[in-house]
Unconditional design. Sequence first.
Length: 299
Amino acid sequence: MIKNKYVFTAILLAVILLAGLGLTSFYMKQQDEAGEDGTLTVVTSFYPMYVAAENIIGDCEGVSLENLSEPQTGCLHDYQLTTEDMRLLATADVFIINGGGIESFLSEVAEQYPDLVVIDACEETELLDDNAHAWMSIGRYMTQIETICAGLINADPEAAHEEIYRENADRYLSDLQALRDEYADVFGELDGQPAVLFHEAYEYLADDLGLEVVGIMDLDEERQVSAGEVADILSVIAEEEVPVIFAEELYGKDMGDTVEAEADVSVIYLDTLTRGDYDADSYLDGMRANLELIREAYQ
């Protein structure tokens, strides 16, 4: 009986090993065949990177753009790569990531696909400590656009695409600057005002606006808030005379309702710009809506 058990175990391990070798061979074959038709395949890690790349690539002939995660995934802090993800990356020539640690699976990708060109959008961006939600600052997002554009030009063997990338990037950067100009009064009038944040992504918005962040409670689907934390944040709101809290409705509504019931403060629910459709103007529309809510809240 014991002998049969060992034989079964050995056979099972051999099957697992062969399956692993087979998958590795498949992925390598897919990667070797990628781009043989002359198409440059660009894959982005998640929604805000897709929208950025979409605006730079546009309808450039010979370039294919795909997104790794679903557009409703949100941030990728704890994202686990699927078999379908690996198949997609096996066809990619370029992988555009936000960087800053958000793509925690990056080491796995680098090990599996050592020749894959990775463009780190945060490479030239000044981050706030360990917070990598840089796209939530219009100015930093503009730097990300420039970094992605330069990376695509370097990665694309088709010289004719360089002009297209640059023209598209310049147009998008002009639209982003126009948005900043449209809300110049918001950026100019809030300097030094206190704010409490219920999502760390809004730290970049607060930094752009010159707000003084006096408290952060980073809420997500796994966050369990204690009674002591609620008491502490209410104390900060009262002591600092905080007029407005920035929150995300998906995870912050319950806490927002609690705080509004206990303190003289307004809670506004802003978009982290990590979910939506694939419309090229989605970042501009989402950020404009955020800034309008902020303008109204501080009036």
